[in-house]
Write a protein that binds this ligand. Structure first.
Ligand code: SF4
Length: 322
């Protein structure tokens, strides 16, 4: 998979398994994609499809079982402790639930200052630290009067702004956003998405935006990858995903999004059949038990993710026929 833009992150054949009572759970099973510098790649799929595990494995909050994560030409998965220390200043994560990810005993000032306390220039200069925290509050649209407030005194949107300010504090290049707006109501979601877009433009940031909701991902992503049971089943630019969804699972996800125009209704595809256990995966296509188009070969042959034209990747035996 390649194109002309500069790649910042390249994930090759990433695998992450968990040992559970019944065997090996295939959380991330041979996932490959890249993210260009300055772009947002949206990663969507149902809960448990492996999208959050993929994000966490890329930045080594979880250790991969195999594969590569290439960042600035180097394999992050082979980094030693000191290389990881430097890497963590280039890469940050914003979590879904800012309430549980923020220490309730720390004030807004302390929460935003915390990542900076490892950096020498701020360790030595309290005034500089104060100024940087205030500056970050301005950048994310947090009123300075909240500097001594605690997380329980803030609403969800403001808590997520604190989470974003923390992530920005070390001037990262790449941020993994793991369901960053899922816990917020719709109006606040739009504000946070707009903030993330503005920050990306102003700072040249690169995002991996993880969400279960295609309608949210659409507003921020230049390309979208759809995951199902540990694998990417479709990947393309967002216009193609919305105008020409080709994998039956993407088609079903899209059909569930209401059209915001009076009098226009979308035919919703209701999937029947059970999601197979990620521990006892069936041979062949993992979607076969729910797919309305499944054929005999789908039960035995696992479809490869392949380019069906113009960097539109689909893992379905019938992709070219749709
Ligand atoms: Fe459906 Fe077969 Fe395509 Fe899988 S490979 S999505 S079962 S048609």
């Amino acid at each position: 998979m390649s194109n002309q833009a500069e790649k910042l992150v390249e994930i090759n054949h990433l695998k992450k398994y968990f040992h559970v009572n019944k065997g090996l759970l295939h959380a991330v099973d041979d996932v490959s994609f890249y993210i260009n510098k300055g772009e947002t790649l949206g990663l969507v799929g149902e809960s448990g499809c492996g999208k959050s595990t993929t994000g966490r494995t890329i930045i080594r909050l979880l250790e991969a079982d195999s594969g590569e994560v290439i960042f600035h030409g180097e394999n992050v998965l082979a980094f030693n402790q000191s290389q990881m220390h430097t890497f963590r200043q280039h890469v940050q994560m914003v979590f879904q639930d800012p309430y549980s990810s923020l220490n309730p005993r720390l004030s807004v000032f302390d929460l935003i200052a915390e990542p900076l306390t490892n950096i020498e220039e701020y360790q030595k200069d309290r005034k500089k630290l104060d100024a940087r925290v205030r500056d970050l509050m301005d950048v994310v649209g947090l009123s300075r009067r909240l500097i001594n407030a605690y997380p329980h005194e803030l609403d969800g949107g403001r808590r997520q702004r604190v989470g974003i300010a923390r992530a920005l504090s070390v001037r990262p290049e790449f941020i993994v956003l793991d369901e960053p707006v899922s816990a917020l109501d719709v109006c606040i979601q739009a504000q946070i998405i707009n903030l993330l877009k503005r920050l990306q433009q102003d700072m040249g940031l690169t995002y991996l935006f993880i969400s279960h909701d295609l309608s949210v991902v659409k507003h921020i992503s230049s390309r979208i990858g759809v995951m199902y049971l540990g694998k990417i089943v479709e990947l393309s630019d967002y216009k193609t995903i919305f105008a020409n969804p080709t994998h039956p699972y993407t088609q079903a996800l899209l059909s569930a999004i209401p059209i915001p125009k009076v009098g226009i209704e979308r035919h919703q595809i209701i999937l029947s059949g059970d999601v197979p256990s990620p521990v006892n995966l069936p041979g062949g296509c993992r979607f076969a038990g729910r797919c309305p188009y499944a054929q005999e070969r789908c039960k035995t042959e696992d479809p490869e993710l392949r380019d069906i034209g113009d960097h539109h990747y689909v893992a379905c035996h019938l992709a070219e026929k749709k």
